[in-house]
Design a protein around this ligand. Sequence first.
Ligand SMILES: *Cc1c(COP(=O)(O)O)cnc(C)c1O
Length: 364
Amino acid sequence: MSIPMVNLKRQYALLQEELEQAVLSSLRAGQFILGSNVQHLEQAVAEYCGVKHAVGVASGTDALHLALLAAGIGPGDEVITTPFTFIGTAEAVSYRGAKPVFVDIDPKTFNLDLNQVEDAITDATRAVLPVHVFGQPVDMDALNALCRPRGVTVIEDCAHAFGARYKNTAAGGLGKFGCFSFYPSKNLSAFGDGGMITTDDDESAATLRALRNHGIRQAPVHSMLGYNSRLDDVQAAIVAVKFRYIDEYNNARRKTAHLYNRLLKDLDVVTPHEDGIGEHVYHQYAILSDHRDKLKDALAAAGIGFGIHYAMPLHKQPVYSQMYQGRSFPNAENACRQVLCLPICPQINEQEVQSVCEVLSAAL
Ligand SMILES: *Cc1c(COP(=O)(O)O)cnc(C)c1O
């Protein structure tokens, strides 16, 4: 038996004709940098998220970095975020010379604990960077209500959450900026790196377009210090094909998650909690168990993929441990000790989900 964490080969086989057609047409058009596929994808994503602008960039990490730049975040500023996330979230803050201020998570949803966000706001707080962890939207009305009156910018890390809805608005349309990654394993993905920033603000969008392209607002003038961070036309063509299926794919992820819930309900594991405020799109299906390592070994022995997201909270990572010496975020630490992410993708089938659950059941 072999069940990968994410079955990209099966996805490719199913979409092969469309994907190869799209790549070929990009190659034949010969407009590799900021070509028409990028423009079309930007329009489609902006419309989907209910905002005026989307700006393609080279990665999700760059999306966060450039959004923070466009928001005017710099040295001495504080940006509140979660320690239970991928390193890219905090790295982007550090690239600006700003301080990532970690606050603990809600133990059930793994998302930022908004009560603790309020307590962490200081005069130096310029932004809050919530992550819709594993695909479940943060309670954005509550977060915006905390931030707007204080002039604090909200930048969503939507890397797990393409297509996740919160009160009829898609993630990416809920803060001042939404930052997406098209890393191959994400819900909407490329065949390499890529990312996108959404915003409703005209001036910020113009700044982001300049920042990603060497500071050019109007060629040949470099009006600011910019970067080389463009989304490739070929990658945009690939993402655009998968974008046609994103709602279908997310529904399939939800169905798989609910099947796991049923099959695991009598085992001594904690299945994911849906808070019912937003719609979870299950980028990850994450369970908690005191016997995580035993389960992990059993899956490995059976040829079943899994993920430990996240193995270490960011305040314990060497890159941040100095800054956070002696600080503790118990809910994040506990989640890191117990979490186990099971195979999930739109193409996994019922038989495979059953096999995963049988292996877990036998190991317990
Ligand atoms: C993947 C990811 C990123 C970074 O995306 P890249 O495209 O790999 O740079 C940022 N934040 C979170 C939560 C992620 O999972």
